[in-house]
Design a protein around this ligand. Structure first.
Ligand code: MRU
Length: 413
């Protein structure tokens, strides 16, 4: 992705070179490779041109660690400006997750993993019990930010276990925590590249893809999930067109997905959420691809509110409906979608809206004075899902399919 944007005279905050953050475009040599689908990636030409998220000619990860600060692309500022937010403490990182400066299942997970590593790096070295207590507190605090995204809990658990596995050596625990957080982000990037490879063939020449919310590289390091097959298809020369659901109330579609696609040079149009049925009914959509915040063991999928409706309309019109996600989004402890906790967000997200005034200022306006309800996610029943696009191939959205995907992942060295 190359952002064609006027260069400013000065560097923006966070634009300097860092080991993990902004850096030169990667090559096939240093791109973290999935251990499973490398052959497919090569065949689809992704790894050969693997650099994602090139902004101002530099590679940005969605979120990264700089010293003991968690640094991230401020998604609240997009699409009107590109800003970097530096979180000095794990509490600030948690606030960035809660306030959705960083959002999208994988980005939330990566941020939470880095946040816990940050807590490990900053916890006082007053003996192991004090350190372990501080770490447990930080984990609890980070996990209380957003309840639905499985990747958050995957990341905090993994970083916590890495750190506590080094007991009673505090220095070793700090090192292990940082390493685990870095590995999570690198593995996410490789998994999403493989999702692209696995799903690209679903998008035929000139096909129109409909997507909901933002499941691109802002949402999941470093390719995204639902958009990874689109990016891979583009690189194969398929020239898809993307219908982008606006995704009220927070407009992840119009403000983030459209921004991503614009900078990737992918032809697209934003549509009102209510227009998806219209286009599907007219035969103008060849495939729907969305991401997932959590996948239950039976194949039910929690994703951005409104996803369920798209699946119903897709089924009614015979349009294939795919969910793209890495295995870390699967929660085997949820036997069905009924077990997935659904986040209820503040009513103000619905009753107010922010936008750019003609004078170029961002302004929030009130739409209604009535009370509002604001569930952030809904559950799409497995029966409405054509398939799960994973880094290990496409699996049926059934208990057997989910189990087979997990087995394929486990068999991967
Ligand atoms: O509330 P958000 O913006 O964090 O919700 C994001 C989504 O629902 C995405 O579609 C989902 O995370 C899948 S892609 C990582």
């Amino acid at each position: 992705m190359r952002v064609r944007r006027r260069r400013r005279g000065r560097r923006e905050a966070g634009e300097q070179r860092t080991p993990e953050g902004p850096r030169a475009p990667r090559t096939a040599v240093d791109y973290p490779q999935s251990s499973v689908d490398n052959a497919a990636i090569g065949a689809h030409g992704i790894a050969e041109s693997a650099a994602r998220m090139i902004v101002h000619d530099r590679h940005y990860q969605t979120v990264w660690l700089e010293g003991d600060a968690v640094v991230l692309i401020d998604q609240l500022a997009l699409p009107h400006s590109f800003a970097i937010k530096r979180c000095a403490t794990y509490r600030e990182t948690a606030e960035a997750i809660r306030g959705m400066l960083v959002r999208g299942a994988g980005a939330i997970g990566a941020a939470a993993g880095y946040g816990l590593a940050q807590a490990a790096l900053q916890a006082p070295d007053a003996g192991w019990p004090t350190f372990a207590r501080a770490l447990a507190e930080a984990r609890q605090h980070l996990e209380a930010t957003r309840p639905t995204a499985q990747n958050l809990f995957y990341a905090t658990r993994r970083v916590f276990l890495a750190a506590t596995g080094a007991a009673p050596e505090v220095a070793a625990a700090r090192h292990s925590a940082r390493l685990a957080a870095q590995q999570i982000a690198a593995e996410d990037a490789a998994a999403c590249a493989s999702i692209g490879a696995a799903g690209a063939h679903l998008i035929g020449e000139g096909a129109t893809v409909l997507t909901h919310c933002n499941a691109g590289w802002l949402a999941f390091v470093d390719w995204g999930t639902a958009l990874a097959p689109v990016y891979a298809a583009v690189r194969r020369g398929a020239r898809p067109f993307v219908l982008v659901d606006e995704t009220r109330p927070r407009c992840q579609g119009s403000s983030l997905t459209a921004w991503e696609l614009a900078h990737e040079g992918v032809p697209h149009a934003v549509i009102a959420d209510n227009a998806a049925g219209y286009y599907m009914q007219r035969g103008e959509v060849q495939v729907v691809i969305v991401g997932a915040d959590r996948i239950a063991a039976n194949g039910d999928v929690a994703n951005k509110i409104g996803t369920y409706e798209k699946a119903v309309v897709a089924r009614d019109n015979g349009v294939p409906f795919y969910v793209a996600a890495p295995l870390t989004t699967i929660d085997p402890a949820c036997s069905s979608g009924r077990d997935i906790p659904i986040e209820e967000r503040p009513a103000e997200e619905l009753t107010t809206m922010a936008g750019l005034t003609e004078s170029g200022a961002v302004q929030r306006i009130r739409l209604t004075h009535s009370p509002a309800r604001n569930p952030a996610f809904d559950v799409t029943p497995a029966r409405l899902i054509t398939g799960l696009i994973t880094p290990h191939g496409i699996f049926p959205a059934t208990a057997a399919g989910v189990a087979a995907a997990l087995t394929a992942g486990a068999a991967t060295p």
